[in-house]
Design a protein around this ligand. Structure first.
Ligand code: AMP
Length: 143
């Protein structure tokens, strides 16, 4: 079977182009950070490099260092914003692994003792909650 290639009609590419809205936390020349609309836990955030790739497998290695520097900043910020006990960082590659959106992204999820993750791509969160959580993380990033 032929290797799958990057398709710029994916939903994160559309968010990057401003064609569809997101609850944005942070943006610079390298990345955009926004709330996952079907969070697996309170404060589930996505860190998305602007450079196009399907996932880690076809990414330019030069993108990964800056991307993970941002992941670290966001992980620290969500821990602080939600007074979390820990942070889960996840990243999926191809459908067999659970990937559903084919533009590289890293999940950053605050964790609380004894509270399991909800299912991946499960239930939609209310927009007002996502907006509120984005605000909390923005504040933590700024301080
Ligand atoms: P993955 O399965 O790793 O590709 O993760 C894709 C993630 O994107 C899932 O956790 C979805 O809940 C999330 N998601 C899908 N559509 C959107 C959207 N429009 N805005 C924010 N997150 C989304």
């Amino acid at each position: 079977m032929a290797e799958a290639t990057y398709d710029s009609s994916n939903i994160f590419a559309r968010i990057l182009r401003g064609e569809i809205p997101s609850h944005r936390v942070y943006e610079d020349e390298a990345v955009i950070v926004f709330m996952d609309v079907m969070p697996q836990g309170q404060g589930h955030t996505l860190v998305v490099p602007k450079a196009p790739s399907r996932n880690l497998l076809d990414a330019d290695p030069a993108v990964l260092g800056p991307l993970f520097a941002h992941v670290q900043k966001v992980a620290r910020a969500v821990k602080k914003a939600f007074d979390a006990d820990g942070v889960t960082v996840m990243q999926f590659n191809e459908p067999a692994s659970g990937q559903t959106v084919f533009h590289l992204h890293v999940h950053v999820i605050p964790r609380f003792e004894g509270i399991p993750l909800k299912p991946h791509s499960g239930q939609m969160e209310k927009p007002e909650i996502l907006a509120q959580n984005a605000g909390k993380i923005r504040m933590a990033l700024a301080n």
